[in-house]
Design a protein around this ligand. Structure first.
Ligand SMILES: [Zn+2]
Length: 171
C-alpha cells in the first residue's frame, strides 16, 4: 500500500496503549515509527542502488528478518530484567508485520525468505498510466487506503476529545 501505513499503525497501537496507559507515549512512538520503518529502504533504493532492485526485495521487507530481530531484542530485555519493555517489542513487531501484510496487497512480499522464494501479491496493479504512481492512485485498492485514513482520523478525534474532557474535569 501507499499512504495508509501510518494510520494503520495508529489503529494497531490504540488497544496496546489502552491496556498499558503508563506506556502509551512509548507505544505510539515505537508503533508509528515501525509502521513505516521498512520503507526507509527507499533512501537506499534511490540514492545508492539507483533503482536496480525492487525495494520490496530488500531484507527489510522480509518478515523473518524482523522476527529474528524482535526475538533478539526480547531476549536481551528478559536477560537484563526489563520485561516491562517487552510490550514495545510486541508493538514494533506487530506494526512492521502489518506494514508487510499491507504491502502484500499490491506488491511482491517474500514471506518465507530466505527459506522459500514464494512471493505474495494479492492484487496485480496494471501499468496503464504514466507517471507510475497514477496506477496506484487510480486503482480500487487506493479507496481502502482512504478508508483506513478516515477510520484512524475518526478514532484520533475521539481520543483527543476524550483527553480534553478528562483535562477539563481535572481542572
Ligand atoms: Zn513497504
Amino acid at each position: 500500500m501507499f499512504i495508509a501505513h501510518l494510520p494503520a499503525g495508529y489503529l494497531l497501537c490504540r488497544p496496546f496503549a489502552r491496556r498499558s496507559p503508563s506506556q502509551a507515549r512509548a507505544i505510539f512512538g515505537v508503533g508509528l515509527v515501525c509502521s513505516v520503518l521498512p520503507d526507509f529502504d527507499l533512501a537506499y533504493f534511490y540514492l545508492i542502488d539507483q533503482r536496480r532492485t525492487p525495494h520490496h526485495d530488500y531484507w527489510v521487507h522480509t518478515p523473518i528478518f524482523w522476527l529474528v530481530l524482535a526475538a533478539t531484542v526480547a531476549l536481551v530485555l528478559i536477560a537484563t530484567g526489563r520485561r516491562k519493555q517487552l510490550v514495545l517489542v510486541g508493538v514494533g513487531l506487530s506494526s512492521v508485520l502489518l506494514h508487510l501484510v499491507m504491502d502484500s496487497v499490491a506488491a511482491d512480499i517474500r514471506w518465507f525468505f530466505p527459506f522459500v522464494d514464494l512471493r505474495v501479491n494479492l492484487v496485480h496493479v496494471q501499468a496503464v498510466y504514466k507517471p507510475w504512481y497514477l496506477n496506484f492512485l487510480l486503482h480500487w485498492t487506493f479507496a481502502l487506503e482512504v478508508l483506513i485514513w478516515l477510520l484512524a482520523g475518526h478514532f484520533a478525534l475521539h481520543d483527543l476529545r476524550a483527553r480534553r474532557t478528562i483535562g477539563t474535569e481535572a481542572a
